[in-house]
Design a protein around this ligand. Sequence first.
Ligand code: DGY
Length: 325
Amino acid sequence: MKPVIIASGKVRPVAVEKLQSIADFRMYAGGGQPPEEMWAAWLQEADALYATGNIRVDEALLAKAPKLKVVVQSSVGYDNIDIDACTRRGIPVGNTPGVLVDATADLAFGLILCSARLLHVGWEHVKNGAWGRRKSMGFGVDLANKTLGIVGLGRIGAAVAARAQASRMKVVYHNRTQRPDDAALGVTYVSFDELLATSDFVLAMLPLSKATEGLFDRNAFAKMKPTARFINVARGKIVDTAALQEALQEKWIAYAALDVTDPEPLPGDHPLLTLDNIMITPHIGSATVETRDAMAMLTVENLLAGLAGQPMPACVNPEAVQKKA
Ligand code: DGY
């Protein structure tokens, strides 16, 4: 009997092909939440869940999936998954760290560059036939000799730091604990408050958790320089959106460039979209052909390992397997 593998959202064709060859693979590709009745029937039979960020994997879902042996997701973040609940049931959860480092770092650096040089504004200017009035677009600012402050310096943060250093930026960072390799990376550890007060560009790279939810609030924005540019490529909910809006409107900070928002997707009539000192991309940090394929294939490897009761290449809760054994 082939295992039943269900997916709550679109899966890359390269992974679909593999999964169809070994399993009864069912994919909901309609966008948004899967229809309730169909989804409940799929869960009832599922051996494996290929989750996507549109669903919450929590007690309520797990209770509907009595045969479930493994949960995987094609992302490094897993804030939509209740890891403790999965662990309690002996269900390992796989994610995809590593393979998206360069793509996400490129996007983060692209947003830093856009916030400094307003590339997108320049393009609109030209498209609107306003090139001859170039001065009306105003000037950008240099990256060289400016300070980039990275809040949450993991692998992606380190890759952004290298890109920033190539542009001759100074890089400071704040983590819960200082990295032992920070001197080798050429980055300087500072307190959160010092980072906010001294950085020209503040890059948020933190995972979403109870501790980081709303971390960038009125207080945080009030501590930044009026010339600061704020960039978020992590999760929308680490920012208090109303506070960011106020900070941009009142010019407490100069600019924001976001790849993630709260809510997400951002509705077309959201007040943030009325501001002229912001640019937003639609959560495309890892969205390149090569990276998304690599993420999908790592997800498949995780899934197959989980089904076979073997250690996954990338597991968030390896203790789940020991619990089951
Ligand atoms: C990730 O991998 O967490 C990206 O943000 C995509 O969700």
